[in-house]
Design a protein around this ligand. Structure first.
Ligand code: KIV
Length: 275
């Protein structure tokens, strides 16, 4: 394991940027694990990009464990962070510790992530006390989509900006080893990053964070329901897949596929005895 929670802390001290990407399955994880990416998040975004839900609220502990297991089988060098789904930690501290433990013990993750600032510090403290590292997540926390009235940029007023700075300090104080900042104006994200000693991992927060994270289907052009402003397409894999699928369908129609090289042989003598 080349990347651990210590790698993340050291990167902040040494001024090296961290990169993270989501993954939900074994094959994609193996590809990511062969690169310079530091961390994989088994995000509850799987509800949207893998399961086709409108938001992340329906994702269950069983969904998360199922996908985390697949990811951890493929990750040898990359730090694996598993998301705690909606209602797996909000109700009480006991639930939070028990469910965090399941993601580590059954899923094989090294770290859990949960959404919220001051409101979830008790949970963060208890999970960390159980020797499970926690990545916090503040700003646009998708599990609060109904409370926010949609997926909106956070921290734009003085009061909201001060609250986010306070939340970042509080999750650090509670023991989180890193914090995701989502959809926070770039200048505010920079201020938050400078005001805490744990790394900030940004998504839709500009370059002032200590690291970045993207959903892999977004960055590869594989998710077409909507494209957030902060997403950059690094490749158009979605289009490449469609071209390949069509080519395959055409070759099947025309009897070109499978060709000899993709076909198994049998001794002619055996065949002659079948008639
Ligand atoms: O679930 C997820 O993919 C996330 C990232 C967007 C940070 O929480």
């Amino acid at each position: 394991m080349n990347n651990t929670v210590s790698t993340f802390g050291k990167a902040k001290i040494e001024g090296r940027k961290l990169s993270m990407i989501t993954s939900y399955d074994y094959s994609t994880t193996k590809l990511i694990d062969d690169t310079e990416i530091n961390g994989i998040l088994v995000g509850d975004s799987l509800g949207m990009v893998c399961l086709g839900y409108e938001n992340t609220l329906s994702v269950t502990m069983e969904d998360m464990i199922h996908h985390t297991k697949a990811v951890t089988r493929g990750a040898k060098n990359t730090l694996v962070v598993a998301d705690m789904p909606f209602m797996s930690y909000q109700v009480c501290v006991q639930d939070a510790v028990k469910n965090a433990g399941r993601l580590i013990k059954e899923g094989g993750a090294q770290v859990v992530k949960l959404e919220g600032g001051a409101a979830v510090c008790e949970q963060i403290r208890a999970i960390v006390n159980a020797s499970i590292p926690v990545m916090a997540h503040i700003g646009l926390t998708p599990q609060s989509v109904n409370a926010f009235g949609g997926f909106k940029v956070q921290g734009k007023t003085e009061e909201a900006a001060k609250k986010l700075i306070e939340d970042a300090k509080k999750v650090e104080e509670a023991g989180a080893f890193a914090v995701v900042l989502e959809c926070v104006p770039a200048k505010l994200a920079e201020i938050i990053t400078k005001s805490i000693n744990i790394p900030t991992i940004g998504i839709g927060c500009g370059t002032g964070c200590d690291g970045q994270i993207l959903v892999y289907q977004d960055m590869l052009g594989m998710f077409s329901d909507f494209k957030p402003k902060f997403v950059k397409h690094y490749a158009n894999v979605g289009e490449m897949m469609k071209v390949a699928f069509n080519e395959y369908a055409k070759e099947v129609q025309e009897g070109i596929f499978p060709s000899k090289e993709h076909t198994f042989k049998i001794n002619e003598e055996v065949i002659s005895k079948l008639y």
